[in-house]
Design a protein around this ligand. Structure first.
Ligand code: AMP
Length: 395
């Protein structure tokens, strides 16, 4: 892989696309510095070689120049995380940025103002990309979260570094992790897919049917399958127009030798609320007025058995409405089974939105092999798409 590992940055200026799109409170304090911390290994490696670093990122969704989205707000946090003084350019292109980049000495860091103050960033404008490119000698992309966008700083800029473009360590790790699941996996491979709707997961399901031995389907998606198979699902969430598709998936899975595991029982509620009355019911016998909001104990035993014998595990989407404590048990348990299996030697990847928040919320972040940093980007990779930001480095 074209990573920065084999490159000596001595005397070079690396322009790095990072993802510093961090959450801020009303007083513009950074409330979660995970993304800044995640970029540190790449920055440290370049500085250690005797190179200098120019950091570029977006923050929020500004419409033109909006002070509240200035990267100036995160300067002190970046300084704290990276442990050294950071120079700041009040514009990501133009004279000031160019001069500050030119004057940058080895081991120094320059942070550029928000890329999205220019609409040209998201438009993928070539002139704008060229101006950014002029600031550095080597281009490094370490922003997985935006790798699925063909923006100026994530994709187009790479054209100006035909021989000098590389993946940062974070992006390389993301690619490596997903490859371990989709292309170089140890069998048995299990995908656990949850979340609310079949429609938002269908492309992923279709893409990974060729790559897995087991597929656990949980969460709200369950009920479209169960109803399609003739079960009574009461008021559970269901996409009637996707029932045929659900049957088609089951048929394809059978043809491909993939074992599908649906919940057999659920924690049902008489209301979509944390203090609803609940009862455990057979998933095919939910009466009117009740809806399934979490996996039941028998389902969890079944999931446990599958997860513990897996050597590769992919988890995307909660198996219940984990935001409400009453219905979080299934998602917590699934996380724990994955942690156990990982301890026993399996490779586990958690990716895409809500399951990432779930593992973080339940403190299991360090007990799985890898937690992806990119929601949309990870989902697109699982769907089998080539991400423009990754392709641009490989070209
Ligand atoms: P998604 O964004 O499609 O991955 O869906 C995540 C959401 O699915 C979470 O907010 C969960 O609360 C929700 N979810 C999980 N299980 C159920 C269920 N049985 N009924 C309704 N929503 C659910």
């Amino acid at each position: 892989m074209k990573t920065i590992n084999n490159i000596d940055f001595k005397g070079k200026k690396a322009i790095i696309r990072v993802d510093f799109n961090v959450p801020l409170d009303q007083n513009f304090n950074v409330t979660d510095a995970t993304r800044i911390e995640a970029a540190k290994p790449t920055i440290d490696k370049i500085l250690k070689d005797g190179g200098s670093v120019i950091l570029m990122s977006h923050l929020g969704r500004p419409k033109g120049v909006e002070e509240k989205y200035s990267l100036n707000h995160i300067l002190s946090k970046v300084t704290e995380v990276l442990g050294q003084e950071i120079h700041f350019a009040n514009d990501c292109i133009g004279e000031e940025a160019q001069t500050k980049a030119n004057n940058l000495k080895p081991n120094q860091i320059l942070l550029l103002e928000n890329l999205r103050f220019y609409k040209e960033e998201e438009e993928g404008d070539a002139d704008f990309a060229k101006k950014l490119a002029n600031l550095g000698d080597i281009y490094v992309n370490d922003a997985f979260g935006t790798a699925h966008r063909a923006h100026a700083s994530t994709t187009i800029i790479a054209n100006y570094f035909p021989e000098n473009k590389f993946f940062g360590l974070l992006l390389a790790k993301e690619i490596e992790s997903i490859n371990k699941v989709l292309h170089e996996s140890k069998k048995p491979v299990t995908a656990i897919l949850g979340g609310s709707k079949v429609s938002s997961k269908i492309t992923i399901i279709e893409n990974i049917l060729d790559k897995v031995d087991h597929m656990i389907i949980g969460g709200g998606m369950t009920f479209t399958f169960v109803k399609a198979l003739g079960g009574s699902i009461g008021n559970s969430i269901c996409e009637d127009d996707k029932m045929e598709l659900a049957l088609e998936i089951l048929k394809q899975a059978k043809e491909k030798g993939v074992q599908i595991h649906l919940p057999v029982d659920v924690v049902a509620a008489d209301n979509f609320s944390n203090d609803a009355n609940t009862q455990v019911l057979d998933v095919t016998q939910i009466p009117e007025g009740w809806q399934g909001l979490d996996a039941g104990p028998k389902s969890l035993e079944l999931f446990k058995e599958v997860v513990l014998k897996s050597k590769t595990i992919l988890w995307n989407g909660p198996v219940g409405v984990f935001e409400m404590p009453t219905f979080a048990n299934g998602t917590i348990k699934v996380g724990e089974y994955i942690a156990q299996s990982t301890k026993d030697g399996a490779f586990s990847l958690v990716g895409g939105g809500d399951s990432v928040s779930a593992v973080k919320q339940f403190g299991l972040e360090n007990e799985v092999s890898y937690v992806s940093t990119g929601g949309g980007a990870m989902l697109e990779m699982l769907e089998g798409r080539t991400l423009p930001g990754i392709q641009a480095i490989l070209n």
